[in-house]
Design a protein around this ligand. Structure first.
Ligand SMILES: C[C@@](CO)(OP(=O)(O)O)[C@H](O)COP(=O)(O)OP(=O)(O)OC[C@H]1O[C@@H](n2ccc(N)nc2=O)[C@H](O)[C@@H]1O
Ligand SMILES: Nc1ncnc2c1ncn2[C@@H]1O[C@H](COP(=O)(O)OP(=O)(O)O)[C@@H](O)[C@H]1O
Length: 290
C-alpha cells in the first residue's frame, strides 16, 4: 500500500491514515530466544482493505471506535492506538474505524498502532520513535506498510522492503473465532525450522511468485489448527473454490487466504464462500496493489 494511496489527508488539525491488513504470505519460525520470543522469517504483503485512523488536535487523549468490528475492540488504555499515542507523547482525539476482525492474524492492532504513529507524526512534525517493538512484533513491518511488501525477520524488528513483487488477487476468510497468538506459539511442535531460501524472487510475474510461495510455509498452521480446529475447515472450503491457486494461513491465524489469477475469479470465490458460510468473515482484496 503506497503512501499516495493511504488515504492520508491533512488540513492542519486533522490527519487520516489507512491501516491495511497485514498478510504473512510465508511465516517460517527459525528459533526461539532466551526470553521466549520466536525468531521469524516472513514475506509480508499489505491488502487494500483495512482500518482507518483519524487524529485531531485536542487537549487530552481520547478514542472513539466506529465501524463493523468496533464492538470487539478493546476501548480502554490497552488499545494499541492509545498506546501508540502515549509513545508519541501527543494528545489528540482519535477515531478508529474498525473493519478488520480482532485476533485474526492480520495484524489489525499493530497496523492501527503504526497508522496512529504516522498520523500523529504528520500532524505534529514529531518523528516516529525508533524502537516501536513494544507496540507488538508486527508494529515495525506495519510502520513500513507505505513502502509495500517486506521481508520481516528477527522477532519482527528487522524489515527489508521488497519493492519489486507483483500484485496478487486474494480472498481472506476468518471463521469469526479469535485466535490467541501466545497460545499458538506455545503449542508449536518444532521451533527450529529452515528460513526462506535467499533471495526471494523479485521482478517476476504473479504465476512465478505463486509457484515459489507453494514451496514455502506457515510454521504456525498446525499449532493454530490445534487451538481452533475450524481453521482446517476454512482451508478445505477455500481449496475447492474454482481457480484457487494457493491457500495459506496468515500470522497465528485464524484468517486464511486463497490466491486467484484475477479479481473476477477471486470475487466469484468470495461470493460462494460467503453464501455457504454466512457466519464467516470473507473479503476480496488485492495484495501489494500500487
Ligand atoms: C505471529 C505474527 C506474525 O506476523 O502475527 P499475528 O498473528 O499477531 O498477526 C506476529 O509475529 C505477532 O505479532 P504481535 O501480535 O504484534 O505480537 P506481540 O504482541 O509482540 O506478541 C504476542 C505474543 O506472541 C508471541 N510471539 C510474538 C512474536 C514473536 N516473534 N515471537 C513470539 O513468541 C509471544 O508469546 C508474545 O507474547
Ligand atoms: N486497535 C486494536 N485492534 C485490534 N486489537 C487490539 C487493538 N488494540 C489492542 N488490541 C488487542 O490485541 C490483540 C491482538 O489483536 P490483533 O492485532 O487484531 O490480532 P493479531 O495479533 O492476531 O494480528 C487482541 O486480543 C486485542 O484485544
Amino acid at each position: 500500500m503506497k503512501d499516495d494511496q493511504s488515504g492520508r489527508t491533512q488540513d492542519g488539525n486533522t490527519a487520516e491514515v489507512f491501516a491495511p491488513a497485514k498478510i504473512n504470505m510465508t511465516l517460517h519460525v527459525t528459533g526461539r530466544r532466551d526470553d521466549g520470543y520466536h525468531m521469524l522469517d516472513s514475506l509480508v504483503m499489505f491488502a487494500d482493505i483495512g482500518d482507518r485512523i483519524t487524529v485531531t488536535r485536542a487537549d487530552a487523549l481520547s478514542l472513539d471506535l466506529t465501524g463493523p468490528m468496533a464492538e470487539g475492540t478493546p476501548p480502554g488504555d490497552d488499545n494499541l492506538v492509545l498506546r501508540a499515542a502515549r509513545m508519541m507523547g501527543v494528545d489528540a482525539h482519535i477515531t478508529l474505524e474498525k473493519t478488520l476482525p480482532i485476533a485474526a492474524g492480520i495484524g489489525g492492532g499493530s497496523s492501527d498502532a503504526a497508522a496512529t504513529l504516522r498520523a500523529l507524526s504528520e500532524l505534529t512534525g514529531k518523528p516516529i520513535p525508533r524502537d516501536i517493538l513494544p507496540l507488538g512484533a508486527d508494529a515495525p513491518v506495519c510502520c513500513a506498510a507505505p513502502s509495500g511488501a517486506a521481508r520481516m525477520s528477527g522477532v519482527g524488528e528487522q524489515v527489508v522492503p521488497m519493492p519489486d513483487l507483483p500484485e496478487l488477487h486474494a480472498v481472506l476468510v476468518n471463521p469469526n473465532i479469535p485466535v490467541m497468538t501466545t497460545e499458538v506459539f506455545k503449542r508449536l511442535a518444532k521451533r527450529d525450522n529452515a528460513p526462506m531460501p535467499d533471495p526471494i524472487p523479485s521482478g517476476t510475474d504473479a504465476a512465478t511468485l505463486i509457484e515459489w510461495l507453494k514451496k514455502q510455509r506457515n510454521d504456525l498452521q498446525d499449532a493454530a489448527i490445534s487451538c481452533e480446529p475450524v481453521i482446517e475447515q476454512v482451508f478445505s472450503t477455500l481449496e475447492v473454490t474454482p481457480g484457487c491457486m494457493l491457500t495459506r494461513m496468515s500470522g497465528s491465524g485464524g484468517t486464511c487466504f486463497g490466491i486467484y489469477a484475477d479479481a473476477e475469479t477471486a470475487a466469484s470465490a468470495a461470493g460462494r464462500l460467503q453464501e455457504s458460510h454466512p457466519g464467516w468473515w470473507v473479503a476480496v482484496t488485492c495484495l501489494n496493489a500500487d
